[in-house]
Design a protein around this ligand. Structure first.
Ligand SMILES: Cc1cc2nc3c(=O)[nH]c(=O)nc-3n(C[C@H](O)[C@H](O)[C@H](O)COP(=O)(O)OP(=O)(O)OC[C@H]3O[C@@H](n4cnc5c(N)ncnc54)[C@H](O)[C@@H]3O)c2cc1C
Ligand code: SF4
Length: 514
């Protein structure tokens, strides 16, 4: 597999190859090579369109992945992985790399239940965005990427203990379906899959797009969308040195169709920096939603050997109607340490129990908790604000309680709930009641939000949304958005698969119209 990645790199234009300003002309320019942009680029190239895919980050090969969490984040994530919202503090990570978030994510692929699409349809005047119309697109993406449930032999004990706990309590659970082939259970998805098992875009859709003639330019930062009258005409920007971000040569790519797939945080900034483009609705950068996530560590009497096992191998959709989804989780110890209680010796003691540890998390559908994305002067990094609504806090409280319950049902001897005002360590199921009874507020919770949506939302009414159901901007015939920013609301399950299915459908619409 490593050979395939290296071959891909040879066909991708990299930083060292830019020695002057340049201009290109093409049918379609796609900005951003994450899961959504990669699918659009591939589908259009396969159909014979001339496609140029632009990516600000560099390509990575397995030998370049850093196992140490903070080193890895400083290379693969925007703002070194330390980006956060203001208002309520919510750390949020966005990748900067060929393949976007798919390089560093856990490859979880879940289709939202029909109830999610019904909510979207009624709330946002949508007619054709439902499981019936999208399942064909999910199926094609699934076939292409080999999406399948995580096999038992690479689950590892920290994942199967979750299943045991759910079974004991009568909660449904199942192996997580992932875009992975021949996973070895190394638990390293967050720092990049050195086994090249994860089918991230840089080794799946992007090389396939190249085989169909797409041109892929990395280390190029798009800074503005160009417009002439009622049409967009391309994009312009600067070459950006990997890791330092230092800007160099200028470039312009002229295109008949522009697809912005820069991600939920970057696309609205690009539009704002391009003269507040496509914003007659006033919704560009508004409505920012997350799936805030909470994680708990549990400790077992016997070794869990946590280094072994698929990063996220088991999940429970049992509580989706209550607003949360449960998952198993693993990350580099330095990243997990920020969630552990204590300093110095107490922290050392927790880490002495590391071989017996499991970490499980919950992600929540918090529809009332909203924020916004604004361009910051002098940079393309966004200014983010977001507020957790008090009505959404009980969802997370309940999720923390259920996770704790599952730990003790699976045989854990202690858990670390990570909530201000609640004991740092709970030793029994009875002690877990404090999570329900204590008056917990939003600021007491330690959450992260790596699933982000809605900043250029789709809406059937052009006065209330930025794009239509095919991702076409209401204000411009030839400007599309293909990233999770077009979701009208959070999808309640991990977003990548839905982003790719929508992008797959969008490519068909572009082909029909151009
Ligand atoms: C640690 C982590 C784990 C996750 N795990 C999962 C999971 O298991 N399953 C799941 O469904 N979701 C997961 N997610 C979320 C998922 O990765 C994202 O929802 C998904 O990547 C979004 O895809 P996208 O195409 O919208 O944008 P992105 O993946 O963010 O891609 C956007 C791309 O555009 C590029 N770009 C941005 N601005 C510019 C510019 N100005 N010029 C040129 N290029 C630019 C970026 O560098 C980036 O490569 C995870 C996220 C993180 C951070
Ligand atoms: S668990 Fe390891 S082998 Fe499996 S996809 Fe993740 S990084 Fe690759």
């Amino acid at each position: 597999m490593a050979g395939a990645a290296e071959a891909t790199r040879g066909e991708v234009r990299v930083f060292a190859e830019y020695d002057r300003d340049f201009e290109e002309e093409t049918d379609v320019v796609v900005v951003g090579s994450g899961p959504c942009g990669a699918v659009v680029a591939h589908q259009l190239a396969q159909a014979g369109r001339r496609v140029v895919l632009l990516e600000e980050g560099p390509p990575f090969i397995p030998s370049e992945f850093e196992l140490e969490g903070s080193k890895s984040m400083s290379r693969t994530m925007r703002e070194g992985g330390l980006r956060s919202t203001r208002g309520s503090i919510l750390p949020t990570m966005q990748a900067i790399a060929l393949g976007g978030g798919s390089l560093v994510n856990s490859a979880i692929c879940v289709r939202p239940p029909e109830a999610v699409f019904q909510r979207w349809a009624t709330g946002f005047d949508l007619e054709i965005t439902n499981r019936e119309t999208l399942d064909r697109h999910y199926d094609e993406v699934a076939d292409f990427l080999g999406i399948a449930p995580t096999p038992e032999e690479v689950q590892g004990r920290r994942n199967t203990l979750f299943r045991d706990g759910c079974d004991a309590l009568g909660y449904g659970s199942e192996p997580i379906a992932r875009n992975v082939r021949n996973c070895r259970g190394s638990g390293e998805c967050f720092t990049g899959c050195r086994n090249r098992a994860k089918q991230s875009m840089d080794i799946s859709y992007i090389p396939a797009a190249i085989r169909h003639g797409a041109r892929v330019l990395t280390s190029v930062q798009v800074q503005e969308v160009l417009r002439e009258g009622s049409r967009v005409t391309g994009v312009t920007g600067r070459v950006a040195e990997p890791f330092s971000g230092r800007l160099g040569h200028r470039f312009t790519v002229r295109a008949k169709t522009v697809v912005l797939a820069a991600g939920c945080m970057a696309t609205p900034v690009l539009l704002q920096r391009s003269g507040n483009l496509a914003n007659r609705s006033g919704q560009v950068g508004e409505n920012l939603q997350f799936h805030p996530g909470v994680a708990i560590a549990g400790f077992f009497p016997e070794p869990t050997t946590p280094q072994f096992g698929a990063t996220q191998g088991y999940q429970s959709l049992h509580f989706l109607d209550e607003g949360f989804k449960l998952e198993t989780l693993w990350a580099p110890p330095a990243v997990m340490a920020v969630r552990m209680p204590g300093f110095g010796h107490p922290l050392q003691e927790i880490f002495a129990d590391f071989p017996n540890m499991a970490v499980w998390d919950a992600i929540a559908s918090t529809h009332k908790s909203l924020g916004r994305v604004r361009a910051r002067r002098g940079t393309l990094d966004p200014a983010l604000t977001w507020h957790m609504h008090p009505d959404d806090v009980p969802i997370l409280k309940r999720a923390l309680f259920v996770l704790t319950e599952i730990y003790f049902a699976a045989g854990a001897t202690k858990v670390t709930p990570g909530v201000n005002g609640v004991p740092e360590i709970l030793y029994s199921r009875d002690e877990a009641d404090v999570l329900l009874n204590h008056p917990i507020q939003a600021s007491d919770l330690v959450c992260g939000g790596n699933h982000a949506f809605c900043t250029t939302r789709m809406h059937g009414d052009p006065a209330r949304g930025v794009v239509d159901e095919y991702g076409r901007c209401h204000d411009f015939d030839n400007l599309y958005i293909a990233d999770t920013g077009i979701f009208p609301q959070c999808p309640s399950v991990n977003p990548m698969f839905t982003g790719m299915a929508l992008a797959h459908r969008q490519a068909e619409a572009i082909l029909d119209r151009t």
